[in-house]
Design a protein around this ligand. Sequence first.
Ligand SMILES: Nc1ncnc2c1ncn2[C@@H]1O[C@H](COP(=O)(O)OP(=O)(O)O)[C@@H](O)[C@H]1O
Ligand SMILES: O=C(CO)[C@@H](O)[C@H](O)[C@H](O)[C@H](O)COP(=O)(O)O
Length: 459
Amino acid sequence: MSSFILGLDVGTTSVKAVLVESDSRSVAATHSLPTDSDLSDSSGVKAKEQDTGRIIDSVNRCLDALPADKLQRVSSIGLTGQMHGVVFWKAKSGCDWSSRDFFTARNTSQLITWQDGRCSSDFLSSLPKPDSHQSVATGFGCATIFWYMKHRPEFLEGFTAAGTIQDYVVSMLCGLDGCVMTPQNAASWGFFNTSSNRWNENILKGASFPLHLLPRCVSSGSLAGQTCSSWHGIPAGTPVGAALGDFQCSVYSCMSARTDAVLNISTSAQVTFTMPADFKPPDSPEPSSSIAYFPYFDSLYLAVAASLNGGNVLATFVEMLTAWMRELGVEPTDSCFYEKLINCALNQETSDLTVNPTILGERHNPLCLGQVTNISASNLSLGHVIRALCRGIVSNITSMMPAERLQQAGVRRIVGSGSALARNEVLRQEVEKAFPQELVYGQNADSAVGVAMVLCDRL
Ligand SMILES: Nc1ncnc2c1ncn2[C@@H]1O[C@H](COP(=O)(O)OP(=O)(O)O)[C@@H](O)[C@H]1O
Ligand SMILES: O=C(CO)[C@@H](O)[C@H](O)[C@H](O)[C@H](O)COP(=O)(O)O
């Protein structure tokens, strides 16, 4: 009887679960659900938080939708998800297993996500200099913890462990005392040296940082433990991989040659390619560079232009339209908004309207917010606006990772992944116009498949 590997991606917008058949490496079942977990920012500090309880409820509903007979034959579990963010919990009591076959969140904070904007440039420059090639930006776990130390120290006192949302799930599944984290996620928190794979403990200690909240680092592709209880029919004692980063997993799912680059558009967007095996990152951060170097597997690095403005820009546009309609007394039925908007833009092949869609700024240029220019009386239709928005999202990515940079790196082909790209033909058309390289769309190109493949290959 064949066995299956469960891959689970706890994304910013949705949770995706796949079952990969171990021998054939084929996808046997898949399900995805929006988490609807965004919390509105009532604090006025540009907070971007998500409801941890709702995220875990979505994980539970997503797993319930997978075939029960296959879940019983899961031989290992891999977790991936949104990087950079931080959730706090009380070790040993961070969840409730009283429903027996699944857990719900308990005694946790909300998830402060990578989109969080509470750390201003002034605040970030007041932090100690990291011993790392990576700079620290708002929305990075360590920066968020520093922010709480300064503004709400009593908040931190209530918790004994912290991690990304995918680390939290791993920790609860395995009943761990604390949190384990791979370098892929640790690098996304800042104050982590990827050459030594160690936190900057001395620097952090010198700044009175609560060191007990730093997860224990284990290598990418290793196990975190075994499930401490039966979970949606998956037997207790099933091995669980330490959680991985979602962009590394999307790369793993679809990069078949060193001459491939991967363009992923989901809530955010990234273009990435593998650096040569002998690449060593610079000694110190380059905060003004739009390209960062993130650990992949073993000692390999990925060069990545990680844009904060991907599918979320379109989602914000849909939310804005919905809010305007309500203000005008029309109750919108949101379900087919995307389809209609995409169709409008498919009928408008070009537009002279220009949208720079950086509504969240970018890490290398946080103050450069969105702009609409070249507005005329004849380019105001929804078709023009959506066409210009999609072109703007893609132009922003290519400005961060120019086609020539890809050429210099020997990239010959771009593999497209991510559901915002898969579901939006206008975005795909704009991508095809923007890159001179051949463009292919990866089959099963997503992070949930990627993390399952990692377990298949490495455990
Ligand atoms: N019905 C739809 N049609 C086309 N695009 C959509 C639709 N619904 C959501 N999207 C896009 O997909 C994005 C979310 O993609 P998803 O892969 O679920 O994100 P994540 O992996 O970050 O959780 C949204 O920001 C939005 O741009
Ligand atoms: O910011 C980076 C890397 O620095 C992103 O690429 C990273 O994948 C983060 O996890 C994303 O921003 C969140 O991923 P997603 O939910 O948009 O798929």
